[in-house]
Design a protein around this ligand. Sequence first.
Ligand SMILES: Cc1ncc(COP(=O)(O)O)c(C=O)c1O
Length: 392
Amino acid sequence: MSIFDAPYQDWLMRQQAAQRYRRLPADVAGDALNLASNDYLGLRHHPALIAAAQDYAERFGVGAGASRLLGDSAALYEPLERALAPLKGTQAALIMNSGYQANATILTALLDPAAIGRDPVVLADRLIHASLYTACRNAGVMPQRFHHNDLNHLESLLTRHGHTNSARVVLVESVYSMDGDCADLAGLIALCQRYGAFLYVDEAHATGVFGQDGGGLASQYPGQIDLVMGTFGKALGSFGAYVAGSRVLIDYLINRCSGFIYSTALPPPVLGAIGAAISLLPTLEPARQQLLQLASQVRDKLTARGFQTGKSSTQIVPLLVGGEGEALRLSHQLRQVGIIAPAIRPPTVPPNQSRLRLALTARHQPQDLDRLWQALDRLSPPRLSSVKEGVA
Ligand SMILES: Cc1ncc(COP(=O)(O)O)c(C=O)c1O
């Protein structure tokens, strides 16, 4: 028993009443159709990644033993970071332990007024990942949110803060994790250049799937984005994250970013798998095309059944439901027939925009989805017209 059990229990009961209680899912028995995995290219089972992880475990051990600054792992990291920088079109790159840790601690370091010499003003797309909000909170900065993908709204905020002597930082994702739509990076770059703002792009869901050799959407704008981060735990099949930018910015983070300085470095087998995945990326164009084609078919079939999929144009397809209860019910019904399609509810998504988040991977074949179509036709779940999209 903890002395705070009673208030925590009260809090949990309020979550339950609002249909927002989260529980760890049990495994689905048998051969499930998994639509919850961000392993978009199916690399986590790839023999090259497994062989590299095994090889690194045998040669370098299963743990790093120390943080990067104290350890002896330069030879494992440097080739990876040297490969990442040109892939992202930046001068330098740095590997971090996870995407959450990267966002939460890099941004906090960047927002330090003592370093930039001015107070930061953060302008954030309202759908950015929770880790970026955590970073702002840790830095004591209240982000100003602009309507999702609305560059006019962003510009009005840039104008409003234009006269102040503040350092403006714009936060976006290139592929949005819960909506599967894309940012207008060209428009964002132009705006940030016009207003002298720093552009931070989270490529967690674009890395591996979009851009030349899977380098992400930001790689199409070499040297024009101040900071790009992404993860190895999604399309690249293993774990960890990277940040890419100017040499000065990376050196600043090595000196200033608490998540980098004060955490044990990644296990060598993970670094082996990351290296194998980066080497494979140029060969995976057919898998990328097949994945995006399948996603397009899935959107068409859902729309034909009367569902809304928002503005998705990627491998992430939201099946918009609306209320928390309906989303939970539908997810549960699908689970009972072996289909894993998680319900996403507030606060992860805005109120009235609960959904099933369908994540497609290159391992899915069109016929695998037949199970989903049969189940949806049998369940005839709600076809809601009341879902509010993109409401700020
Ligand atoms: C947009 C975005 N950024 C960052 C992260 C965190 O990445 P990681 O899973 O490597 O911690 C996620 C993970 O869900 C994400 O969706």
